[in-house]
Design a protein around this ligand. Structure first.
Ligand SMILES: *Cc1c(COP(=O)(O)O)cnc(C)c1O
Length: 495
């Protein structure tokens, strides 16, 4: 307990200059959460005008993936690999040992990952999806079912590549943007049990849980839910793997929201999360605080041996997995820093801060704020633009046109599916994701983003839909081109 003022008045302490006495008084408590770093190296932003951005959009076929990054003022396209590294990470990179086998950097990486996860076998990979390809290549056979809360797109694609069937079994709240729930990423344990009963352990090679649930809005999974999933897996004798890309943000949410967890350190919680599983896939581009890298980890020795042999085919030797020694150093240090409380408080609060500003302005959002991104519900904001005219694409384009802010459409452009009759099955949700890179933007950048978003939302009714002019069959959102449906409306907007 802090000393009371009167009691302490009598005890003068020496000040830093050794002369002026200081009085011990109750420490003041401050509310402002500041960035827990200062900036040593800066990357200038390039400002563009609305006119320039209109031209750039035209040239890009209204696809934000076609823009050059230097033409973007605030880039919230993704939080993957876009974070800023710390001085210790850069220093580690200088110490990188580039020996082909058994390098010092690999051993350091191994030590950190094993301390954190507790897994026996750790295979570095160049990204998360490489870990997925290797794992599913070894365990998924045609007709196999892989349950998850919500499969991330690369996870889903890798399972389907091996003719497996991804099953999304998130709780019903996780599918409804406006529902409030502290752990909207939780697995529906009832449906998981049902899925195992239906397919049997022969057809379910493993169960996955994605922490946080990226495709479901960056929503966390509770420890209680992970334990319940663990019990189901034990009963059926099926291994449990985490898709652990954002494990630290998930651990922070558990500390904040789960009864009985607030006294624990995020690292302690993260260590328990990993120990509830038999293995994990990981992208170091997220909570590894690195620009590239990942790993595949597990306890099963025989499976690890098969995965190592598979890894050699495409990733290189198992002690570097497609990475340079210096990348392994950056990841090892990043995995130490990412569970620091000051970092996580700033990180999650930063996202929530943007969320609150947009919410206060009445912009419909996925609720509550996710760990790495704010998701705007474009279907609700632009009710006059039907899904067939891509409301989330329209909103994303306008955020760039109006303020130079790049976001990403997660709706029918990305997930619309052609029907046999030539029309299109729209995606279940039309979202615009504003993903926040780690340690990159300051509060004033976020204030600016909120200002742009609120101004655009105020004129939402003027926004018009888009149509495809070019749409490749596979992953079309990356390379498609569009045109606005009503040019007249676009002209009146630029005034
Ligand atoms: C990013 C991500 C992946 C894939 O990782 P990459 O490094 O991009 O290959 C897998 N799962 C989730 C949940 C992710 O967010």
């Amino acid at each position: 307990m802090p000393p009371r003022h009167e009691e302490s008045r009598a005890i003068p302490l020496r000040g830093p200059d050794g002369v002026r006495p200081m009085h011990r008084v109750r420490p003041l408590e401050f509310q402002t959460i500041i960035e827990p770093f200062r900036i040593k190296s800066v990357e200038p932003l390039r400002f563009t005008t609305v006119d320039e951005r209109e031209q750039l959009l035209g040239r890009a076929g209204y696809n934000l993936f076609h823009l050059r990054a230097e033409d973007v003022l605030i880039d919230l396209l993704t939080d993957s690999g876009t974070g800023a590294m710390s001085t210790e990470q850069w220093a580690g990179m200088m110490r990188g040992d580039e020996s082909y086998a058994g390098s010092r950097s690999y051993l350091r990486f191994l030590e950190v990952v094993q301390e954190l996860t507790g897994f026996e076998h750790i295979l570095p990979t160049h990204q998360g999806r490489a870990a997925e390809r290797i794992l599913f290549g070894e365990v998924v056979r045609p007709g196999h079912v892989v349950p998850n809360n919500t499969h991330f797109d690369t996870t889903r694609a890798n399972i389907e590549h091996f003719a497996g069937l991804p099953a999304d079994l998130v709780i019903p709240e996780g599918m409804r943007p406006s529902d409030e729930h502290p752990f909207k990423g939780n697995v529906d344990v009832e449906r998981l049990e049902q899925s195992l009963r239906e397919h049997g352990r022969e057809r379910v090679p493993l169960v996955m849980v994605t922490v946080t649930n990226n495709s479901g809005g960056g929503q966390p999974v509770s420890l209680e839910n992970l334990r319940a999933v663990r019990r189901v897996c034990d009963r059926w004798g099926v291994p449990l793997f985490l898709d652990a890309c954002r494990f630290a943000e998930n651990a922070w949410f558990i500390k904040q929201r789960e009864p009985g967890q607030s006294h624990r350190s995020p690292r302690d919680i993260a260590r328990e999360m990993f120990r509830l599983a038999d293995g994990a896939t990981f992208s170091a581009k997220k909570d590894g605080l690195a620009n590239i890298g990942g790993f595949l980890a597990m306890n099963d020795e025989a499976l690890a041996e098969r995965c190592r042999n598979n890894l050699i085919l495409t990733e290189g030797f198992p002690s570097y997995g497609g990475l340079a020694g210096y990348d392994l150093e950056a990841i090892a240090q990043g995995l130490r820093e990412v569970t620091e409380e000051d970092y996580l408080r700033y990180r999650v609060r930063g996202v929530e801060y943007l969320w609150e500003k947009l919410d206060a302005a009445g912009i419909p959002l996925v609720r509550p704020a996710g760990g790495h991104a704010v998701y705007v519900d474009a279907k609700a904001l632009l009710p006059h633009v039907p899904p067939e005219q891509y409301p989330a694409q329209s909103l994303a384009v306008e955020l760039y046109r109006a303020g130079g802010v790049r976001s990403v459409e997660i709706g029918s452009v990305m997930f619309g599916r052609p029907r046999p009759d030539g029309t299109e099955e729209p995606a279940p949700m039309e979202l615009v994701r504003l993903a926040i890179p780690r340690r990159v933007y300051t509060q004033s950048h976020i204030d600016y983003v909120a200002e742009v978003a609120v101004a655009v939302a105020d004129r939402a009714r003027e926004l018009r839909g888009y149509r495809f002019t070019e749409a490749p069959r596979v992953l079309r959102h990356f390379s498609a081109r569009f045109e606005p449906l009503a040019t007249q409306a676009a002209e009146c907007l630029s005034g």
